[in-house]
Design a protein around this ligand. Structure first.
Ligand code: SF4
Length: 343
């Protein structure tokens, strides 16, 4: 029997597994508690019978990954993490006044092809499993001896393209016996997979939805985001409205500011007219340069003018601090430069 990573399962799924092993349901809570206290093996679970520990050991293992590279900036650290099949993923730890946020990857590579993103340059490799996403948090907590209080699923990959695994990951980290991160402290970021947004709205979770818009006109958006062919802007806007109405949560539109491409006053006006009336805010992101894409970040003065224009229309705007080019902070860049060194 091929052993499975036990951290791939939610507590409810573990209950079913435990029932199949003829054990009482409360054992699932005990096992879950041990796993998220970071037990190394089943032998450490001393309140389980020897017989149950043996049964678990025959069927499961506890996956732990390793950090193979780490780059530090003042307020962020980027980690390159190795998986069991030697694939590499990135995770970024961000330090804020209120605590630590981890930016988690959901896939190895990405198939979405956004023109400003390093994660997609080498294409899509595979989906991450729930336990591999959970381990990104646990590994960084263990390594830095800290507690992560917020999670953004905004690293490499499109989370709504790996929907079921991402939802299981969210249920595990949201579980009080698990990592216990409140739904309101979890952000799921999508490039605009419309059916996924509707599905997410009906999950009845209080997650924060962030949508990478980056342009308010289809033609322009299509030039940098091929996904716009399948899901044009008007469909995305309808889906986001539905999300905010179902959840009563404010959505975020992410807008990467690319010099001379999408940062004029006209772009700002079009954006404001598009989203006016939706419970939302706009997060302006001066992009990190990625050599292969040729895009440059908007200058700060332009970013401020863009912000002012949106505010004239009553839109809430924040400016995300840049994560810093010197640590290859744009998503996928650290993994990419590592892969290049191996070639
Ligand atoms: S920005 Fe996100 S969705 Fe787009 S290619 Fe990069 S990882 Fe994929």
């Amino acid at each position: 029997m091929e052993k499975k990573n036990i951290k791939d399962y939610t507590q409810n799924e573990l209950k079913e597994i435990i029932a199949d092993l003829d054990e009482p349901g409360y054992r699932a809570g005990q096992i879950f508690g041990w796993l998220y206290k970071d037990a190394d093996d089943f032998e450490a679970m001393t309140n389980l019978s020897k017989e149950l520990r043996t049964k678990l050991n025959e069927r499961f293992y506890i996956f732990k990954s390793n950090i193979i590279d780490e780059k530090n900036l003042t307020d962020s650290t980027k980690f390159l993490i190795t998986l069991e099949d030697n694939n590499l993923i990135e995770t970024v730890l961000l330090r804020y006044k209120y605590g630590y946020t981890l930016c988690v990857s959901s896939q190895v590579g990405c198939k979405m092809g956004c023109g400003f993103c390093a994660s997609t340059i080498n294409g899509f490799v595979r989906d991450l499993k729930p336990g591999e996403m959970v381990e990104q948090i646990m590994l960084v907590e263990r390594h830095k001896n800290i507690r992560v209080s917020r999670v953004v699923i905004m690293g490499s990959g499109e989370p709504l393209d790996n929907y079921d695994n991402v939802m299981r990951f969210i249920r595990i980290i949201n579980d009080k016996n698990g990592i216990n991160i409140g739904a309101r402290h979890i952000t799921i970021s999508t490039c605009g997979i419309v059916p996924g947004i509707y599905k997410l709205a009906d999950e009845k979770l209080q997650l924060t939805l962030a949508v990478s818009l980056h342009a308010a006109m289809d033609e322009k958006r299509l030039a940098i985001m091929p996904v716009n062919r399948a899901y044009p802007i008007k469909d995305i806007i309808s889906a986001v409205k539905y999300y905010t109405e179902r959840t009563n949560r404010r959505a975020t539109f992410e807008y990467s500011m690319i010099r001379g491409f999408n940062d004029t006053d006209e772009d700002a006006e079009k954006l404001a007219l598009l989203i006016r009336g939706i419970l939302c805010n706009v997060n302006l992101i001066p992009i990190n340069s990625v050599e292969e894409t040729g895009f440059l970040p908007s200058v700060s003065e332009r970013v401020m003018k863009f912000k002012d224009k949106l505010e004239e229309f009553g839109i809430n705007v924040t400016i995300r601090r840049s994560l810093g080019e010197e640590i290859d902070a744009a998503c996928g860049q650290l993994r990419r430069s590592y892969l290049e060194k191996q070639e």
